[in-house]
Design a protein around this ligand. Structure first.
Ligand SMILES: *Cc1c(COP(=O)(O)O)cnc(C)c1O
Length: 375
């Protein structure tokens, strides 16, 4: 089945006692035992299992083409679940441009527990090979990257990682399964911040880890989820499951808008450079075309002509775009990334990142034009 069908049909067939077309929300922390003490209905306590979470996980596994998924209270809880697979003395290779929260987990939580991370420019396979030569347990991939939208060749890097016996996890938050299929390219695990496109409406936090195959790693993640306890609430699961029904059409429409904005900004006098993998001028456009399925996502960044102050002034004059962090919602957001990234940032001071929403592209372009005009 295609994504549009899976997103509507998988995991929405539960508890039809009353014939509900939309799934019920199981607002319960605990479940009834049978007279003999067994749990024949399969549920014991909501941290371990609950029906709405199970339904969401089945749908996410289907969307990414995996066998199972575990979901969490945030994307950060999901990445930490993946890092829980590591042991003292093990080595991780992660992108130099990893999402700052992911990098912070590796630096502040994993390093004190004896897990060493090399932050490397993974768009350069020679650098990846060099980092892997000293042995690695895990390679973390995030592509397109944040906020420069650089592209890592997932198939080439996964092959290299596997030669060295490393597990490959791909953060597929920006591309979504609509445009990028990491399992088909060799990844072992896929991580998502469901706070972004999966939730899609800027009103719910969540995270997920999808596994390509059953086995020890899948079992460890399932056990970790219940023991660590950073599980999503029944209502959060319901909201995300509901939003998934429109994921393919939202992401396609937002991507159409993003391409129009990128093309417009690329020829604008007040813009120094646009970063969008769908532009033929993008330095990794060829790899993006090879590994993304006909669309390049709805995130883009641009550098204004001028300094940090000029970037702030442009963002301040926008009337439709909201100045806020995060991404993937129906409303367009703009953000000065350097000022939120902390001391390790390599982001240019005149860069603004845009999460392109579902407003009409004509209105978004007109708004950018008026903001870029006045000095
Ligand atoms: C937001 C984000 C995360 C972290 O997710 P939270 O839900 O904020 O914890 C991880 N990776 C990427 C690419 C993200 O955009």
């Amino acid at each position: 089945m295609k994504l549009e069908t899976l997103s509507i049909r998988i995991g929405r067939e539960i508890e039809r006692d009353a014939g509900d077309i939309a799934p019920a929300i199981h607002m319960t922390t605990t479940f009834e035992r049978d007279a003999d003490g067994a749990f024949s209905r399969g549920y014991t306590y909501a941290r371990a299992e609950n029906p709405g979470r199970r339904a969401l996980e089945q749908c996410l596994a289907a969307l990414e083409g995996g066998v199972d998924a575990t979901t969490y209270a945030s994307g950060s809880a999901a990445s930490l679940a993946v890092f829980s697979l590591l042991r003292p003395g093990e080595h991780v290779v992660a992108p130099i441009e990893a999402y700052h929260g992911t990098a912070q987990q590796l630096r502040d939580l994993l390093a004190p527990m004896g897990v060493r991370t090399s932050f490397v420019d993974l768009t350069d396979l020679n650098k990846a090979r060099e980092a892997l030569s000293s042995g690695a347990r895990m390679v973390w991939i995030e592509t397109p990257s944040n906020p420069m939208l650089n592209i890592t060749d997932i198939a080439a890097l996964a092959a290299l990682a596997h030669e060295h016996g490393a597990l490959v996890c791909c953060d597929n938050t920006f591309a979504t399964p609509v445009w990028q299929r990491p399992f088909e390219l060799g990844a072992d695990l896929i991580m998502h911040s469901s706070t972004k496109y999966f939730g899609g409406h800027s009103d719910v936090m969540g995270g997920a880890v999808i596994v390509r195959e059953c086995g020890e790693i899948a079992d460890k993640l399932r056990a970790y989820q219940a023991v660590a306890g950073a599980v999503p609430s029944p209502f959060d699961c319901w909201l995300i499951r509901r939003s998934l029904t429109t994921l393919p059409c939202r992401v396609r429409a937002q991507t159409d808008n993003a391409l129009k904005l990128a093309e417009h900004l690329a020829k604008h006098d007040a813009i120094e450079q646009v970063f969008y993998p769908g532009l033929s001028s993008h330095k990794n456009h060829a790899i993006a075309r090879k590994q993304m399925k006909g669309g390049f996502g709805a995130m883009l960044s641009f550098c204004v002509r001028g300094d940090r102050q000029r970037a702030f002034a442009v963002a301040a004059r926008l009337k439709i775009f909201s100045r806020a962090t995060s991404l993937g919602g129906v409303e367009s957001l703009i953000e000065h990334r350097q000022s939120v990234e902390g001391p390790h940032t390599v982001t240019p001071p005149n860069l603004l990142r845009v999460s392109v929403g579902l407003e009409h592209s004509d209105d978004l372009i007109a708004d950018l034009d008026q903001a870029l005009k006045s000095r």
